[in-house]
Each structure stands twice: as C-alpha cells, then as structure tokens.
Design a binder for this molecule. Structure first.
Ligand code: HEC
Ligand code: HEC
Length: 338
C-alpha cells in the first residue's frame, strides 16, 4: 500500500505511462477492428485498469472507452454471464420468477420490462428519476457499465462491469430470465451499433470484474479526519446489515457479528463458521489499513472468501464505513490522522 505523497506521485507517473500505453493500444485496437474482425479484444483493456487508485482510474477510463455490447449478444456466453451474476449480483438480487426483493429488486423479467418498477421494491429517488420506458439492450448495458453515472445517487452499490464482453455475457444471461425473452438485436441494429461510437459513461473508479486483480487499496489515511459517520452508518445499514448484525452481542447471520470489529481479532467471532479462505488469515488484528484492503475487495484480500460482496471502491465511502464500524465498539481505536 502507498502511504506517502511520494508514492502517490509515483503512482500518478505510472498511471500516466499506463494511460499512454492504453491510448496507443486502444487506437491500435480500433484500427485492428477495421482490418481483422476481432472477437476477443477485451483482455488488454482489463489489463490496463490494474493500478486501482481513484485518480488514475478516472484518467484510465478515458482509454477504456466502452464498446457496444449489441454486436456481441448473439455469441455471448450465457453460462459465463450466469456465473458472474451468481458471484457478483445474487447477494443483492433474487433471479427466480416471483423471487423476493432483497437489497435490490428481483431481476426476473427486468430486461425488456419497465425500468425500476419491480412491485414491492422501494427504489431510490435517483432510480425513479430515470425510470422511463422499458429496459432495452442499450440502456441495460449502460446501467451495468456504471450505475452511478446512469443514475447519480442510485442505491445500487456496485461499481459496474467495465469489460464489454463480460457486460454482454451478463446482459445475454439477464435476457434468459423472462417468460418471453426480448428479441435479439436485428442485423441492422448490430450494424448501426458497430458503426457508431459506443456511448461513453463518465469516468469512474473501480472495476469489479472476474479476472481483474485489483492492487492493494490506496491509502485512505488522510480521509479519516473528515469522515461522515452518518453516511457510513447509512451505507452499512443498506449494504451490510442483510448479512451482519452490528449490535453488541448480536447473533451471527450470513456473516459474523461486527460489534467491535475494528481493532479486534480477524475472523474470530465466536460461533461463526468461517471459510477456509479467511481462516488462513485469522491470526491478525483489524487495523484501519487492513480493513480498507478487505473492504476494497474481499475476494482479492482472501481469494475464495464467502463474503459475497464486491467491495467498496470509493475511498471516502470506505473511510466513512471504517470510521462508523470503529465507533461501533466499546473502545474505538485511534484512526490515522485523527
Ligand atoms: C450491493 C447490492 C447490489 C449489487 C451487488 C448489485 N445490485 Fe443491482 N440493484 C441494487 C439496488 C439497491 C437497486 C435499485 C437501485 C435504486 O433504487 O437506486 C438495483 C437495481 C438493479 C437493476 C434495475 C432493476 C429494475 O427493477 O429496473 C438491475 C437490472 C440490476 N440492479 C442488475 C444488477 C446486476 C446485473 C448486478 C451484478 C453485476 C447487480 N445489479 C449488483 C443493488 C445491488
Ligand atoms: C452477502 C452477505 C454479506 C454482505 C452483503 C457483506 N458481508 Fe461481510 N462477511 C460476510 C461473510 C460470509 C463473512 C465471512 C467471510 C468468510 O468466512 O470467508 C464476512 C466477513 C466480514 C468481515 C470480517 C469479520 C471478522 O470476523 O473478522 C468484515 C469486517 C465484514 N464482513 C464487513 C462487511 C461490511 C462493512 C459490509 C458492507 C459494506 C459487508 N461485510 C457486507 C457476508 C457479507
């Protein structure tokens, strides 16, 4: 983890280099598209998103301009899409017909159906403001690329699927979750989507995708001085409390009780049956830094963990959450910079 301004500068320099390489690669890739039809242009785009710090990621998103999923849908890998959704979405969304709403709405029939209109789910004002017409392929791909750009302030705490092929696989799988799946795009629609430059989403941080190995969390030490505890608490209530109790002596649920967790022993809640993935790490103590690494990307911190949560990519939000968890204890520790 970088701890100092110098490291930050170095990261910026590296990011600038990577960005340049990315632009060159992207340009070459566009040209290659014209010359040879390429059905797998994706992995290098993933590779250049590797240095995962907030500022460089914003710049890198320029290089990784999303391409349209529409030409990819007919050949998309539905099984891969299903596996991805199980891993990254199912903690918040039920997928079966008539399934109950969870942290997010049931997704059966979402694609092709009215936007943000699942019965019995209470949508954010941000989503309601965007609820116009039905989800089609273009709007669904744009939402999944970057929910927070599509509907600023959305309650869907998910950074988005940056890889175009993965997004196509997921959309192709969502298509199957319906009594009468939406017709695939016509040849003309495919042609139009291939010719037009794909809509670009605003630059974003974070890339939560299978195959992306995020770097360690950028240091958020400077952010604890200006945390918003109320925001941290609201975020935890919304995104974590379905699996974790927070009160002192609270029962374990899908995940262990979190009272006193910051400064406490790692993966050691009495009576909770941890995965082997995290047992290997269970002799440490949760500090602000290790907690930040874990919450940035649980599966990167402990590959194979049962915590089905993609991570909190926004640095200030992660700091808010850690500060709130720290306060939720008999004896909070002193956080860096406070
Ligand atoms: C941490 C919880 C969470 C995760 C993970 C998550 N979502 Fe969501 N999702 C939500 C919430 C909450 C909403 C409602 C958004 C709002 O009200 O602002 C939502 C809304 C949606 C909608 C709109 C549904 C409708 O009723 O119109 C779709 C589609 C969707 N999510 C798909 C996905 C997919 C696909 C993934 C995985 C790649 C995913 N979500 C991951 C919480 C989540
Ligand atoms: C879908 C359920 C789920 C959600 C949502 C979830 N967690 Fe977890 N969490 C788990 C599970 C399961 C474990 C145990 C991991 C293992 O055994 O691999 C865990 C472990 C943890 C631990 C380690 C606890 C210990 O005993 O050392 C912390 C800290 C934690 N979660 C925080 C959070 C926070 C903060 C959020 C919200 C931002 C969150 N979790 C969201 C299921 C979840």
């Amino acid at each position: 983890m970088s701890k100092s301004g110098k490291d930050g500068l170095l990261i910026n320099k590296i990011a600038a280099g990577v960005l340049t390489a990315g632009i060159i690669f992207w340009g070459a890739n566009r040209i290659a598209h014209v010359i040879i039809p390429d059905d797998s242009p994706k992995s290098p785009v993933i590779a250049i998103t590797a240095p995962q710090t907030a500022a460089p990621m914003a710049a890198l998103a320029v290089a990784a301009v999303p391409e349209s999923v529409i030409p990819l849908l007919a050949t998309a890998d539905v099984a891969k899409g299903a596996a991805f959704v199980q891993q990254q979405c199912a903690a918040c969304h039920s997928l079966n017909s008539g399934g109950a709403a969870g942290v997010g709405p049931n997704l059966y029939g979402a694609l092709g159906g009215p936007m943000f209109a699942s019965a019995g789910f209470s949508y954010s004002a941000a989503a309601k403001a965007k609820a116009k017409g039905n989800w089609d392929y273009a709007s669904m791909a744009s939402w999944l690329l970057d929910p927070a750009s599509f509907a600023p302030g959305t309650a869907m705490g998910y950074p988005g699927i940056k890889n175009t092929q993965t997004r196509a696989d997921v959309v192709a799988y969502l298509r199957t979750l319906a009594a009468s799946p939406l017709a695939l795009p016509t040849a003309d629609e495919v042609k139009a989507a291939s010719a037009a430059p794909a809509p670009t989403a605003a630059a974003t941080g974070g890339a939560a995708e299978a195959g992306v190995t995020p770097a360690a969390a950028p240091s958020i030490d400077t952010m604890f001085a200006k945390v918003d505890l109320a925001k941290g608490e609201a975020f935890v209530q919304q995104q974590c409390s379905a699996c974790h109790s927070l009160n002192k002596g609270g029962a374990n649920g899908v995940g262990p009780n979190l009272y006193g967790i910051v400064g406490g022993k790692m993966f050691a809640a009495a009576g909770f049956n941890y995965s082997d993935a995290v047992k290997a790490k269970a002799n440490g103590t949760w500090t602000a830094d290790t907690m930040s690494d874990w919450l940035l990307s649980p599966s990167n911190f402990a590959s194979g963990t049962m915590m089905g949560y993609p991570g909190i990519k926004n640095d200030q939000t992660r700091a808010d959450v850690i500060a709130y968890l720290n306060k939720n204890a008999d004896s909070p520790i002193k956080l860096p910079g406070t």
